[in-house]
Design a binder for this molecule. Sequence first.
Ligand SMILES: Cc1cc2nc3c(=O)[nH]c(=O)nc-3n(C[C@H](O)[C@H](O)[C@H](O)COP(=O)(O)OP(=O)(O)OC[C@H]3O[C@@H](n4cnc5c(N)ncnc54)[C@H](O)[C@@H]3O)c2cc1C
Length: 326
Amino acid sequence: MSEIFVIVEHRLNEIRDISFEMLWKACELAQTHSHTVTAILLGHEVNALAEQISDRADTVLLFDDERCKNFNAGTYKEIVAALIQESNPILTLIGNTSWGMELAPCLAVKTGYPLGTDCIDISFQDGKLIAQRQMYDGKIFSNISFADSPGYLLTVRSGVFAKDPLGQRKAEIVKKDFPLAEVPLKKEFVEYVETAAGDVDISQAELLISVGRGIGEEENITLVREFAEALGGIVSCSRPIVDKNWLPKYLQVGTSGKSVSPKVYIAIGISGAFQHMAGVTGAGTIIAINKDHKAPIFRTADYGIVDDLFKIVPALKDKVQELKKG
Ligand SMILES: Cc1cc2nc3c(=O)[nH]c(=O)nc-3n(C[C@H](O)[C@H](O)[C@H](O)COP(=O)(O)OP(=O)(O)OC[C@H]3O[C@@H](n4cnc5c(N)ncnc54)[C@H](O)[C@@H]3O)c2cc1C
């Protein structure tokens, strides 16, 4: 029996989804392999955040200090490395985010532990850690193992694990003193800059209506916008739509866009190329509308409509509006 560490990521006093997703996976692994889950939370005035995750871990190590207010990879590295050296957790999970991509490599150097990055699944087989990663832009799924080590570090891709609470644990929240004599000052936090008004984060959306090249012309996107509006969903797209400058890059789903995990993903005129589908592995239900019954998307979709989108989308929109009225 060993520990699984999860580095909790938060921003503007909110736990980020990636932390819930990692805790979900850590709990699943812990349950099967009799490990315990330790969440490591650094911040300032973050008691409420510790409470929020307390049903998803066995221990929350809470470093609540003014000097932890904003993320600083140097501070995190020193504190987490000392914890790793003290407890030898079998696994430490870190988000494959801007935080994690900065923290994980320096933590690997500091601890000497092997590091696997951008993992999309994790398991233990015959006692050995196996991490799944994508290679060649999502064309190949590779299962990797590691050189023997007392513990391992993995960064986890956003949106690949569930974020639902298991709610089966009751963590002891252990308050720790800030352990460093001085804060490493190689970098300094300056400010948070919000995205421009109107920008949406498709990785957080619960209902995505995604449009692909099958839409034909830029002006036809209005059809998809109206459908999305009727459903209360958000418009996203495949790469050719961005390449043509019809929609902005932040709405692109896929390996060179964003990974999304909506409850429902409706793909309209999208063929289902692997670079696109690699971005929707975390989606709940996938519904595809495509006039070609051989389109690869039908291999993954839960529901499919084989027909002309220009016939189906307006009909669906009208039906939704009718149901809303009635
Ligand atoms: C390095 C690299 C990275 C990439 N990253 C991404 C990425 O992040 N995201 C991404 O999406 N792609 C990415 N791509 C591109 C990817 O390979 C595909 O080319 C792209 O996903 C195809 O987009 P699409 O499905 O919209 O278009 P197409 O493949 O052209 O498919 C259009 C579909 O619309 C259907 N259709 C046409 N007319 C109608 C109609 N009237 N009614 C119903 N259906 C209709 C067709 O049957 C077809 O299946 C990447 C490629 C590379 C090389």
